[in-house]
Design a protein around this ligand. Structure first.
Ligand code: GCB
Length: 613
């Protein structure tokens, strides 16, 4: 724990979100983008929130005050401060913030005119943040409205009734300081990019609205749908008496969802529909129309929006993964949420498109979106392209397994991940953890996450990536107890790089005690683009390519292997990789450089995938 007085620590490192709501289907909603240039103040000592007596600072930066008279002493001014682009990380926008870990205050102003839907009293309005790393507090006109903990999940705060005609100050405090009780915690092999790194929107909805609505295909081919109606005031019964329908627009089929017993506001349906399936490589998306109407005939609110959804089954049969009943070998690639150039956080449709173009050039039918919740554009783009996806939580390496607040936050992050993306046909696997290290309470923690994910989405496979350590031999049994509760056992292994001789790789074997599908979720070797030499010379493209060849030979012989997602598509920034001239702050296991230049191993994998396809 960072070394503050306890009171200050609680102010600076809240363990749970408060005052926030989780909205899904935001891209399908009436929105006003707040992206653009925001003013910012760097506040490494957190004076903007905590005063010198370590109490909450009543005159903090969130007030966005202006001097009222000539002698007024206000020691900050957003209007005189520099700007950062939102969405974006701060580290790559301002050289002085390259390594910065701490608090930055962002401010934009929101102009509202009398015809703005946010001023309509029959509407509700939310400030929606795609993600802010790591902890964010939202203030409107100086008032704190909500706090969110978790660097990659979406959240919203309600501003209904506050956006009267005029100019409003929207301030978001973002703090990316690493802490042992966060998820992820103190150390990760990627850059701890800070900031409002995904879009910020104002979302306006009717008074009673579908806070969440999802539909997907279960393993047996029936469609399952769920919705949550939010009426704002929990004492009204508007939410429970609403009519919630889902229409499959092409076929004209309309289904009414039933209220879920003992869960006010929640609705569900399971039904059969003759829909053309979404297949990897042959995506078919269907227009669906959600509608929620309050009971009073004619007079109530109606909330409606459209989405495009694919339907396919995904299941496991022994050691195979089945998609639409067909054994499907996952020809994958791992991807970090880093843009295609400039070593910055990825965001938006263009980044998603370029990264997935590269995956398509490899011949991949599967992407592992590591090691945290990616931008929603990634998952929606994968849907449109017919690429299967693995979506992951940042439960990584050292986690404070024995701290219930940490589990609480991990569970909240799991909900944010699943709720946002469970209508996406692309998503085949949820992954709850990567290479977690042993510790008291670990299994219970991970089991709670697996249970929660299955509860939120019983239709998909659950996985997690296990660490493989050198055993002295070449026969590996992935018998980590965690594997026993997973549908697919994912194995990260670095034969030929961190351990093992390259010429021995082809004779290695990997099994589990459970005859489950094995996915090689990581393998690889580092190479600096343009560094050429012979296969025995580390960091050359030839060395990396040779490791790929040996690995592919080995993988072709593993009876339980149902796929692979080598590490990794693109070189990515990380403070762990310091070797000058070679790494320079980048993990060099990419198949392309940080600027997208292909290395030899790209073609090795592409050729192998071409043959497999
Ligand atoms: C791993 C981790 C990944 C690292 C990678 C590496 O096992 O899961 O986050 O970046 O190894 O390059 O060492």
């Amino acid at each position: 724990m960072a070394n503050y007085a306890p009171a200050m620590r609680d102010l600076l490192n809240p363990s749970a979100s408060s005052g926030t709501v989780l909205l899904s289907n935001v891209p399908c909603r009436q929105r006003r983008s707040l992206d653009g240039r925001w003013r910012f103040i760097v506040d490494p000592y957190d004076l903007g929130y905590v005063d010198i007596l370590t109490r909450r600072n009543r005159q903090g930066f969130y007030r966005d005050h202006k001097p009222r008279h000539k002698g007024d002493r206000i020691e900050y001014d957003f209007d005189w401060s520099d700007e950062l682009v939102v969405p974006g990380d701060w580290n790559t926008q301002d050289p002085t913030l390259h390594y910065y870990e701490g608090t930055v205050w962002y401010r934009t102003t929101v102009q509202v005119d009398a015809v703005d839907p946010a001023t309509d009293p029959t509407n509700r309005t939310f400030v929606h943040v795609g993600a802010a790393n790591h902890t964010a507090r939202v203030f409107l006109d100086g008032e704190e409205l909500g706090c969110h903990v978790g660097g990659y999940g979406p959240f919203a705060v309600e501003v209904t009734g506050r956006l009267t005609p005029g100019t409003h100050s929207l301030v978001i405090q973002v703090n990316n300081r690493r802490e042992p009780d966060r998820v992820p915690a103190m150390r990760s092999d990627w850059w701890n990019f800070g900031g409002l790194h995904r879009s910020v929107d104002l979302v306006t909805v009717p008074r009673v609205f579908l806070r969440d609505a999802w539909v997907t295909m279960d393993a047996d081919g029936s469609l399952v749908a769920g919705a949550t109606v939010d009426a704002g005031d929990p004492t009204t019964d508007a939410a429970t008496t609403a009519d919630v329908t889902l229409e499959l627009v092409d076929s004209g089929l309309t289904v009414m969802l039933d209220p879920v017993v003992d869960r006010p506001g929640e609705f569900a349906a399971r039904f059969e529909a003759d829909v053309e399936r979404w297949h990897p490589g042959r995506p078919v998306l269907h227009r669906v129309r959600w509608r929620c109407a309050t009971g009073q005939a004619g007079g109530g609110d109606v909330d409606t929006f459209d989405d495009d959804v694919g339907f396919r089954t995904v299941a496991v049969d022994g050691n195979r993964i089945l998609v639409n009943g067909e054994p499907t070998f996952l020809r994958g690639i791992s991807i970090h949420g880093e843009g295609p150039s400039g070593g910055r956080r990825a965001n938006g449709p263009e980044d998603a498109s370029t990264l997935l173009d590269w995956a398509a050039d490899l011949g991949a039918n599967f992407v592992r979106l590591a090691h945290y919740q990616h931008d929603e554009h990634m998952v929606r783009e994968a849907d449109r392209r017919g690429l299967l996806a693995w979506c992951e939580l940042p439960v990584y390496w050292n986690i404070a397994w024995d701290d219930p607040r940490v589990l609480g936050n991990a569970l909240a992050q799991a909900e944010e991940l699943v709720v946002r993306d469970r209508s996406r046909a692309a998503v085949a696997l949820w992954s709850v953890a990567n290479e977690t290290l042993p510790g008291e309470g670990r299994h219970e923690f991970l089991a709670a996450l697996v249970d929660r994910v299955r509860e939120l989405d019983p239709t998909r496979l659950v996985s997690g990536a296990l660490i493989t350590l050198p055993t002295g031999g070449l026969d590996f049994t992935a018998d980590d107890e965690f594997g026993s509760i997973l549908d697919v056992v994912a194995i990260n292994q670095y034969l030929g790089w961190y351990y093992g001789e390259r010429d021995e790789i082809p004779s290695a074997t990997f099994t589990t005690p459970w005859r489950k599908p094995i996915l090689f979720s990581e393998l690889g070797a580092g190479a600096k683009h343009g560094l050429r030499g012979d296969e025995d010379e580390i960091w050359t493209e030839e060395f990396q390519a040779a490791v790929y060849r040996a690995q592919l030979e080995m993988i072709g012989r593993q009876p339980d292997c149902a796929g692979l997602s080598p590490w990794i598509l693109k070189d990515f920034r990380t403070p762990l990789r310091v070797l000058p001239q070679v790494q320079d702050g980048y993990n060099r296991k990419g198949l392309v450089s940080e600027e997208g230049e292909r290395k030899l191993a790209f073609d090795v994998l592409a050729e192998a995938y071409r043959q497999m396809a």
